[in-house]
Design a protein around this ligand. Structure first.
Ligand code: ADE
Length: 244
């Protein structure tokens, strides 16, 4: 997977991309992340990327020319074979979730455009951008952290990025439920014992316990998720047993 990030703050990205799983994924060629500085696509002395809004009002607006020039320079022209999604990170976008991460992970290449200032010239949104994504209903100072969130969530879904071959299958949200609780050694810590069933070696019982824990957690913490989750008859019966 090839990510092209377009930003006015390229210095934000290396620390995170050069750490841990994303670093290893890049070294192994599983992902490529190219961060492009929009300022390099300006032609005036001051490298201007923003201007005051037509019609007045406060704040500054990202100018269209550097954004169009950067994307048109870096990305191949769209053709029948290659349609690279051009994603604007903005609080106005569709709200990011695991389903969208999975959907985007199917593309070989993605362009991520980070907004800054109070907004971007609307012609960028109308004539360049093909998708808009928000990471939640709150407003950040820019799209850089949202872009990193997309890269992280998408990269870990790609084959071989996670060390464990079952990878992301059991994650919270992957199966429409929150994940079951985890324990590791020691079996007893400060008088608190790990559940005996996990130490029993009985895999069928462990599977059943984990499923029920996932159902119960979701029921208690995120009941809204149960409406969309794929549930068996046994699952439904178990959830019924939790109701007062
Ligand atoms: N830019 C500013 N706030 C944002 C948000 N919530 N999601 C995506 N991009 C943003």
């Amino acid at each position: 997977m090839h990510f092209d990030v377009f930003t006015l703050l390229p210095e934000v990205f290396p620390a995170y991309l050069e750490t841990s799983i994303l670093k290893r994924a890049r070294e192994r060629g599983l992902i490529q992340v190219d961060v492009h500085n929009l300022r390099n696509y300006t032609h005036d002395k001051h490298h201007t990327t923003d201007d005051t809004p037509y019609g007045g009002g406060g704040g500054m607006v990202m100018k269209p020319e550097p954004v169009f020039e950067a994307l048109e320079t870096i990305l191949p022209p769209p053709g029948p074979e290659s349609k690279i999604p051009i994603i604007l990170l903005t609080p106005q976008g569709r709200v990011f979730n695991q389903t969208i991460a999975k959907e985007l992970s199917a593309h070989p290449r993605l362009a991520l455009l980070c907004g800054r200032y109070e907004g971007i010239d609307e012609r960028i949104r109308e004539h360049l951008v093909t998708d808009e994504i928000s990471i939640g209903d709150y407003v950040l100072t820019g799209g850089e952290i949202p872009a990193l969130i997309l890269i992280d969530a998408i990269a870990r879904l790609l084959p071989n990025v996670l060390g464990d071959p079952t990878g992301a299958e059991d994650d919270s949200h992957a199966m429409g439920l929150l994940e079951y609780p985890h324990y590791t050694r020691p079996p007893e810590f400060r008088g608190w014992r790990a559940p005996e069933i996990l130490l029993s070696g009985d895999h069928a019982k462990i599977e059943k316990w984990r499923r029920e824990q996932a159902l119960e957690r979701t029921f208690r913490k995120r009941p809204d998720m149960l409406e969309k989750a794929e549930l068996t008859e046994a699952d439904k019966k178990f959830i019924q047993s939790l109701r007062p």
